[in-house]
Design a protein around this ligand. Structure first.
Ligand SMILES: NC(=O)c1ccc[n+]([C@@H]2O[C@H](COP(=O)([O-])OP(=O)(O)OC[C@H]3O[C@@H](n4cnc5c(N)ncnc54)[C@H](O)[C@@H]3O)[C@@H](O)[C@H]2O)c1
Length: 358
């Protein structure tokens, strides 16, 4: 397809913050079809420390300079949510493919603009939906599409654990902190409800649409007690099935994430683990055709590396994208806005009717 076909995709990572250090840099270095070519961070202390550990060919404090490099093929946008769309648009404008962290953006209009820019460019844009690259979740998705027939209903839950930091500290590499990282004005993470929707419900909603297709409407309930929040969201899907989404921040027990899907000829039950363990989800897929449960091992659970490999594979071969594309990234942001609007109005909200910011 292109001259890229015989070589690795040269990736530049924008942002040397926690997610780059814990996931993307190692993922690029381990990927079979990509290489960590460049690293860019405006905070020179963290740039220097992280570059020393990961040895990109090029280090820069200036994003425009990174984009001007003709050897660079693609960018991973690993910076604060509010910066995603402007920096992804810059990369597309410079002719670079983009893997942008979730959520794709923070309002419907900027995401629509990005969808248009990507469509016009012919470049690949993938949203950081790494759970799709858990081999067992991918297996479950195929099983749902191919083996269980018409879907009746699904439930999906994402319940963070109050012990999360203890758990991640035990397994993540030491993270270098910048003295003055480039962050959005104010403190967007200070608004807990908004931050939990953008940062966490984005995973939950993408998983629901990955498994069961387009969500068309939502109705939300929220309870807040003792500093903990639960959103229960009733959803309708385009195929007429219904869903129940549970975002809880946080449960007083282990990380709790999974889903159930009920179809005409079978069902799927899944439990996913704290993501930093890189352990594939436990999946049981039942089929009435053989009366049996199917339970894959999923030995390679490095979904961050697999995510980069999937992205590079699409760039190199033109293969269909396994990660969320710009249109699906927009659908997630629309769903998050609809969840919020349903809460303020007390009504069911159609995704087609929403505008504005989460
Ligand atoms: N997939 C996941 O499970 C997962 C987990 C954690 C975070 N994330 C996402 O990753 C993103 C980044 O999170 P983080 O905690 O690493 O962010 P952060 O803000 O702590 O770090 C970002 C770094 O990028 C740098 N930076 C920002 N804009 C820049 C620019 N224009 N030019 C040069 N440098 C720039 C900052 O100086 C900072 O060092 C967020 O969108 C978050 O939602 C995803």
């Amino acid at each position: 397809m292109t001259d890229l076909q015989d070589r690795r995709v040269r990736v530049g990572v924008l942002g040397a913050g926690p997610i780059a250090q814990a996931a993307h840099l190692e993922a690029c270095r381990k990927a079979a079809n990509a290489e960590l070519y460049a690293l860019c961070d405006a905070a020179e202390d963290v740039l220097e420390a992280v570059a020393a550990a990961h040895q990109p060919r090029v280090t820069l404090a200036d994003y425009d300079r990174m984009l001007a490099d003709p050897h660079l093929d693609a960018v991973i946008v690993a910076i604060a949510d509010q910066f995603h769309v402007p920096m992804a648009l810059k990369a597309i404008g410079a002719g670079k493919h983009v893997l942008v962290e979730k959520p794709m953006g923070v309002n419907v209009e900027e995401c629509e603009a990005l969808v248009s820019a990507v469509a016009e460019s012919g470049l690949v844009l993938q949203v950081g939906t790494m759970r799709r690259f858990d081999p067992n979740i991918a297996y479950a998705r195929d099983f749902i599409a191919e083996r269980i027939g018409d879907v009746l209903a699904m439930r999906v839950w994402y319940c963070d654990s109050t012990y999360r930091h203890q758990m991640t500290d035990a397994v993540q590499p030491l993270v270098h902190a910048a003295n003055a990282p480039l962050r959005p004005e104010g403190n967007p993470k200070g608004d807990r409800r908004r931050y939990y929707l953008l940062g966490h419900a984005s995973h939950l909603v993408d998983l629901a649409q990955f498994l069961c297709g387009q969500i068309v409407s939502v109705r939300t309930q929220l309870v807040e007690k003792y500093g903990a929040f639960t959103w229960f969201v009733s959803t309708e899907f385009a195929d007429g099935s219904i869903g129940h989404l549970d975002l809880t921040m946080s449960v007083r027990m282990d990380w709790f994430e999974g889903f159930h899907v009920y179809g005409e000829h079978g069902s799927v039950v899944a439990r996913a683990f704290q993501p930093w363990y890189l352990r594939s989800a436990e999946i049981e897929c039942f089929s009435t055709a053989d009366g049996g449960y199917h339970r894959p091992l999923g030995a390679d659970g490095h979904f961050f590396r697999r995510q980069v490999e999937g992205f590079a594979h699409t760039i190199l071969t033109g293969a269909a994208q396994a990660g969320a594309d710009a249109r699906e990234g927009l659908a997630v942001v629309r769903t998050l806005v609809a969840i919020d609007r349903s809460l303020s109005t007390g009504h069911t909200v159609k995704l087609a009717d929403v505008a504005g910011a989460v």
